[in-house]
Ligand binder design. Structure first.
Ligand SMILES: Cc1ncc(COP(=O)(O)O)c(C=O)c1O
Length: 361
């Protein structure tokens, strides 16, 4: 077991702010004088409802969610939303999908179970190393929605623009870049994000949905997958993931204390610039991603030799830079540098890479 905390570059679940973990630790047996852990209390109790209401209101505040939207905290991860969105809002029997990586491809396959899904754009021709431009999107005006994944966790690409789709609502997976920069919620129909990268522990999934999209679910939609039911029951049709919601609340307070979404944006640019600047000058390490589409959250890189990649990963781990292997489907390395990654972690990684490059010329 590591005796000290390491810099954990995992793509998710990933690092949480130390301050948050320490606060949770201090309250683990007795939350706020209740004599109970948050893990032990009824989700209907006043003490938990107070936690829940504060989480919701801080989320609304941070994301500047307009009043004609509902905020949900659901279960089933980002993956359940791949089915929940079509079941609830594919009213014309058609939808547009942009396939820019693994998760949007899974969502597309899931969507096809409920109707005709048009591939409005795909970056598969270049192994998902870029994001298609607005002019490349082949839009269907009869689509019930346009689906895309804003940050591709495995391939390390990020949409730098919000697609223009006229009156067709956007359904957007922001699992790996929510809470990392301000953006205009009113441009979206549905936004969803699993918590386990920038928001908290696994188990809770944020859904922000425009109210006019609620109430159109198919008759066979399970209660647990009905946005209408979940909005009416304020996400508490059944027992919610109470502890994950509580930690999410601590993370939201940390985000606020650190400058809100503007603060997060400033920090993410600082972090990723250090890494990308070095990747540009390095003779050993390369980023496979088109420069203008690079993600500030997930930074894949390769040496070009599987053997050297493996050596790098092993030696990095011994130096306290852990979980830096790329996704099993693409190999190489990937540094996931979410909100909670201290800038010192990225500096230490780059120093380590420079040193490795010198020794492995
Ligand atoms: C962008 C993106 N969407 C969806 C998922 C799937 O999320 P979950 O594991 O919460 O179902 C992931 C998981 O890493 C992801 O990175």
């Amino acid at each position: 077991m590591a005796s000290e905390r390491v810099y954990n570059f995992s793509a998710g679940p990933s690092m949480l702010p130390l301050e948050v973990l320490e606060k949770a630790g201090s309250e683990i047996t007795n939350f706020n004088g209740s004599g109970m852990s948050v893990m032990e209390m009824s989700h209907r109790s006043k003490v938990f409802i107070d936690i829940y209401d504060e989480v919701k209101s801080n989320m609304k505040d941070l994301l500047k969610v307009p009043d004609n939207y509902s905020i949900l905290f659901l279960q089933g991860g980002g993956s359940l939303q791949f089915a929940m969105a079509p079941m609830n809002i594919m009213t014309t029997g058609k939808a547009d999908y942009a396939i820019t990586g693994n998760f949007s491809n899974i969502a597309y396959k899931e969507g096809k179970k409920y109707g005709t899904c048009n591939v409005a754009a795909s970056s598969a021709d270049k192994n998902h190393t870029y994001i298609p431009s607005q002019s490349e999107l082949k839009l269907d005006s009869e689509a019930s929605y346009f689906y895309y994944c804003d940050n591709n966790t495995i391939y390390g690409t990020e949409w730098k623009y919000i697609p223009e789709t006229g009156s067709v609502p956007l359904v957007c997976d922001m699992s790996s870049n929510i809470l990392t920069r301000p953006f205009d919620v009113s441009k979206f129909g549905i936004i969803f994000a699993g918590a386990q990268k920038n928001m908290g522990p696994a188990g809770v999934t944020l859904v922000v949905i425009r109210n006019d999209l609620i109430g159109h679910e198919r008759p066979y939609t399970p209660i647990m997958m009905s946005y209408k039911e979940m909005v009416e029951k304020d996400s508490m049709y059944n027992t919610p993931p109470c502890y994950s919601i509580y930690i999410l609340g601590l993370v939201l307070k940390w985000v606020k204390k650190n400058g809100g979404l503007q603060g997060m944006q400033k920090m993410k640019v600082e972090r990723s610039k250090i890494l990308y600047d070095y990747l540009e000058e390095s003779k050993l390490f390369k980023s496979p991603v088109r420069p203008e589409d690079r993600s500030d959250m997930n930074v894949p890189f390769v040496t070009g030799s599987d053997e050297l990649d493996k050596k790098f990963i092993k030696e990095a781990e011994a130096a306290g830079l852990v979980n830096i292997a790329g996704h099993r489907s693409v190999g190489g390395m990937r540094a996931s540098i979410y909100n909670a990654m201290p800038i010192e972690g990225v500096k230490k990684l780059v120093e380590f890479m420079k040193d490795f490059e010198l020794k492995n010329k």
